[in-house]
Design a protein around this ligand. Structure first.
Ligand SMILES: Nc1ncnc2c1ncn2[C@@H]1O[C@H](COP(=O)(O)OP(=O)(O)O)[C@@H](O)[C@H]1O
Ligand SMILES: [Mg+2]
Length: 385
């Protein structure tokens, strides 16, 4: 299977007629494909297309205008595998869910630590991003805003920048904004209301926990720790599953992540069963009652602890007035871990207790997509100017 066939975990299905065309007219498309290098719906006008991008260590999300007023979002695991074409011998790239599923032996998550650390990581990420862009016809005739993590790693950030700049998209402009600001934008409204507010954002990602204050878009007192992360939750789930099953079941961290994403729920968690195939044949069915929720429960305690006891004192120290103003506003939770049902209310409750005062919390509708959607809105505003 080639890049063009690679499936992305696409939130917005293509229109039915497009889908049909893709399956019935593939040979025709192949013969004309070479002439159209500016993909998407952009041929009609020369206006730059506003595109939002987030290259995350677990998933990459791209947003651009779709049919009518709809936003089209593409969501895919940030991983790739290569294989040799059985007939031509040429190296082919396959990415995302398909790569993880079909080539578990050699799939590479290119941003495992959050940023491309070195040239090799940058090259892999380049190939991955290029493949995603081609498979989804992201237009070159575009203005791109990409969300960046708040990490003091100049080299990694420069590498990430080069990945986006070398991709060919963003002919009109390429700019970056902090991920937690981008992610908070959809929590405030349908536009860019967040940019006029003073608020606190807590970004709960796979490799980092970040907290910042924002004052009309200006980032203040940014705090980052690599100790409280979605990846660590996955590792704990894997360990707890082993303990809960008296050592009978070992799951890898990918499976642990899937358990977390499918079952973690602070309001209505239900024990679930899964089956493992045993090497000698036969299957072993087991039930998970505690492993997932124990791990996310500890995670949330640690998030609140870092927020209340490390980030906030530093903010109060540097910006007392902003601290006071911001704590009267809802705290915005962003990042993929904010998807866990009930986590927002639970955070507010535990943070209120830790701070001895009532604080509120909110999250965007789709925290895992929000940073990209916010970035896309900034890009749209920039293309208007
Ligand atoms: N629906 C979900 N439920 C629980 N956790 C989720 C969900 N979606 C994503 N996550 C978790 O969120 C983390 C990814 O968050 P994200 O903000 O995309 O991170 P990063 O910027 O580090 O790539 C991962 O640990 C992932 O498993
Ligand atoms: Mg992140």
């Amino acid at each position: 299977m080639s890049v063009d066939d690679a499936e992305t975990d696409d939130e917005s299905e293509p229109a039915p007629d497009e889908e049909e065309a893709a399956t019935t007219e593939e040979p025709a498309e192949e013969s004309t494909g070479a002439e159209t290098d500016n993909g998407g719906d952009t041929e009609a006008s020369g206006d730059p297309v506003p595109v939002g991008v987030k290259l995350g260590s677990t998933r990459t999300v791209i947003a651009m205008p779709g049919d009518g007023d709809d936003l089209e979002t593409v969501r895919t695991l940030t991983c790739l595998a290569t294989y040799e074409d059985a007939i031509t011998g040429q190296e082919q790239v396959i990415f995302g869910e398909e790569a993880a599923e079909q080539y578990p032996d050699r799939v590479q998550f290119t941003l495992r630590s959050g940023l491309p650390e070195d040239e090799k990581g940058a090259d892999l990420t380049r190939r991955f991003f290029q493949s995603v862009i081609e498979a989804n016809d992201v237009p070159e005739n575009s203005g791109v805003v990409y969300a960046i993590p708040t990490i003091e790693n100049e080299r990694g950030l420069a590498n990430l920048q080069s990945v986006v700049e070398d991709s060919g998209i963003g002919e009109h402009f390429i700019q970056s904004y902090p991920e937690s600001l981008c992610g908070a934008i959809p929590a405030f409204g349908d536009g860019l209301e967040a940019i006029n507010e003073i608020f606190l954002a807590v970004n709960m990602g796979s490799t980092n926990l970040e907290a910042s204050a924002y004052r009309r878009g200006e980032q203040l007192a940014p705090f980052t720790t690599g100790a409280v992360t979605g990846n660590e939750v996955d590792r704990r789930i894997a360990n707890y599953v082993e303990a809960e099953t008296q050592g009978r079941v070992n799951v890898d961290t990918q499976t642990a992540r899937e358990y977390k994403e499918q079952h973690a729920d602070f309001q209505n968690f239900e024990p679930f069963t899964d089956v493992i195939q045993q090497p000698g044949g036969g299957a072993h069915e087991f039930t998970i009652e505690r492993s997932v929720m124990d791990a996310v429960d500890e995670y949330l305690d640690e998030v609140v602890e870092e927020f209340a006891n490390t980030f906030l004192p530093e903010l109060a120290n540097d910006h007392m007035k902003v601290y006071q103003l911001a704590l009267d506003q809802p705290i915005v939770l962003t990042g993929g871990m904010a998807c866990i049902p009930g986590i927002v209310d639970e955070f507010a409750e535990r943070a209120s207790e830790a701070l001895n005062r009532d604080v509120e919390a909110i999250a965007p509708d789709e925290p895992d997509l929000a940073a990209t959607i916010g970035a896309q809105r900034i890009a749209a505003r920039l293309t208007e100017n």
